[in-house]
Design a protein around this ligand. Structure first.
Ligand SMILES: Cc1ncc(COP(=O)(O)O)c(C=O)c1O
Length: 489
């Protein structure tokens, strides 16, 4: 415990939060009687609530706080930049921090992913990737390609385009009809593999990849623009790719001229022990989307890294040959006029005001400095095995079906019957996760995610600075809460 807010301050915060604040993806009615959890401060791997109570941040906020909380060097980098140049757009202009960060990210990314298009979030990054794929194909004379394949239960964001790519029916239904073109393929949950591949992970991976080919053929190859996949799928509880999976996916994409988008909003910036998740699994995407860990959450930023090949048509237009004057006039022109002037539109007709915000870019640079100075990738690589084996101790509990994941990114699937892998009914999930576990884990001082968007899982994705003492703390808190949950069933 540390000194928290006074009783009056706590009461005032609660009253205002309950009256005016709308929490995301949150059943607000559940706070009519209960207190809204208010986190007021962070330090290292821990955060503190309004009462001064300490929590181990086992989810890095929301897969974000890679370097941990309370780093003054990032706060100072942001403050310095705000004083120097708080804002200028990337619409026709550049600023030094965006240039420096684009240069640095291109150097860190694999292959020819040399071009950075900034956004402010992961959803915008995914939305941008789809828009780029569509416009790219129109520009090179393949205008019928617009569909995007993605995996069942995968989460790719909430804006309408990103939501059409997301594979979670429950969060899409209220917003139908969504933009057409989202097509689902199986994910790589080997624990739930179909019977014919249940004993052979390589065969399972081949099947899952071949399902992408079958979907492309079914939809018509000329209609498919991109396949969007996370390196290790988050939703459903951390599904790493089976051996050979991404090599086969790359081959399929090349065969049919389809772009491979690696959605690394979670998996980049050390989560899997590499700057980019595709580097861990050894594949070369055409686009990487990123957000979250690029700034460790000290300011919002997202973006996509794009290959030279995809950029090429956007470098060959008449307007750009005229130099900056034409480009500047373009920026001030009405977007519709702009679109009309470019028949094959070699200007990417897309942008958002705060993308590549100078403060966020400066903070991202300072964040990457910490990665280098403290060898955070090395820390993840050297500790991931002990992290996994500490969590695997939980396998002795009857409710734990499987511990899976890579790097500092693990899911623990909960089951009703270990031997048959029987899962819980919707009603049991409701009682188990929302009715008990989420609150019990929080009360015991661990922030993690109890999720049943697929089968019920607990997810862990802590700051990359964690070491054995933090793994032990997570294991002990989970052991207590999961044991109690089982006894309550
Ligand atoms: C893989 C993936 N893509 C996209 C998003 C959307 O990112 P944001 O919430 O920043 O819009 C998320 C968010 O968790 C994500 O995990």
């Amino acid at each position: 415990m540390s000194a928290g807010y006074s009783k009056d301050e706590v009461a005032a915060l609660q009253e205002k939060a309950k009256r005016h604040l709308w929490l995301h993806f949150t059943r607000m009615s559940s706070y009519s009687a209960a207190d809204v959890p208010v986190i007021v401060r962070g330090e290292g791997q821990y955060v503190y609530d309004q009462n001064g109570k300490r929590y181990l941040d086992g989810l890095a906020g929301l897969f974000v706080s890679q370097i941990g909380h309370g780093r003054t060097e990032l706060a100072e980098a942001g403050a310095r930049q705000a004083a120097e140049l708080a804002y200028f757009p990337l619409w026709s202009y550049a600023h030094p921090q965006a240039i420096a960060l684009a240069d640095r990210l291109a150097a860190l990314a694999p292959g020819d992913l040399n071009r950075v298009f900034f956004t402010t979030s992961g959803s915008e990054a995914v939305e941008s990737a789809w828009k780029l794929a569509k416009q790219y194909f129109k520009t090179i004379g393949e205008p019928t390609r617009y569909k995007v394949l993605s995996r069942s239960i995968a989460y790719h964001g909430t804006s309408m385009g990103a939501l059409a790519i997301t594979g979670l029916p429950g969060i899409k239904d209220p917003f139908e009809p969504l933009p057409p073109g989202g097509v689902r393929v199986p994910n790589t949950n080997f624990y739930r593999a179909p019977a014919f591949a249940a004993d052979d992970i390589t065969a399972f991976g081949e099947w899952a990849a071949d399902e992408i080919e079958r979907a492309i053929l079914r939809e018509g190859p000329d209609s498919v623009a991109a396949v969007v996949l996370e390196p290790c799928q988050n939703s459903g509880g951390c599904f790493p790719p089976p051996p050979g999976y991404f090599a086969r996916v790359r081959e399929i994409c090349d065969t049919y001229g389809v772009l491979l988008v690696s959605d690394e909003v979670i998996c980049a910036f050390g989560r899997l022990g590499y700057y980019f998740g595709c580097q861990r699994y050894g594949y070369q995407p055409d686009i990487i989307t990123f957000a979250k860990g690029v700034t460790s959450g000290y300011a919002p930023l997202g973006g996509m890294l794009v290959s030279d090949r995809l950029m090429a048509p956007f470098m060959s237009d008449a307007a750009s040959q005229d130099g900056g004057h034409v480009a500047l006039a373009e920026a001030h022109a009405d977007p519709q006029q702009r679109a009309g002037r470019h028949s094959a539109t070699a200007t990417f007709l897309h942008g958002v005001t705060f993308a590549g915000h100078p403060v966020s870019c400066a903070v991202a640079m300072a964040n990457l400095d910490v990665f280098e100075k403290e060898d955070l990738l090395g820390n993840v690589r050297s500790h991931e095995a002990p992290f996994r084996s500490t969590l695997e101790k939980l396998n002795d509990l009857p409710i734990v079906g499987e511990v899976r994941g890579d790097g500092y990114f693990y899911g623990i699937e909960l089951v009703k019957d270990k031997a048959t892998r029987q899962t819980f009914s919707d009603d049991e999930c409701e009682r188990l996760l929302r009715g008990f576990l989420s609150q019990a884990l929080f009360d015991a001082g661990l922030i993690c995610r109890a999720d049943d968007r697929g089968d019920p899982v607990i997810q862990l994705s802590p700051p990359l600075t964690c070491t054995q003492e933090h793994f032990d703390e997570m294991e002990q808190i989970l052991r207590g809460a999961l044991t109690e949950a089982w006894n309550k069933l």
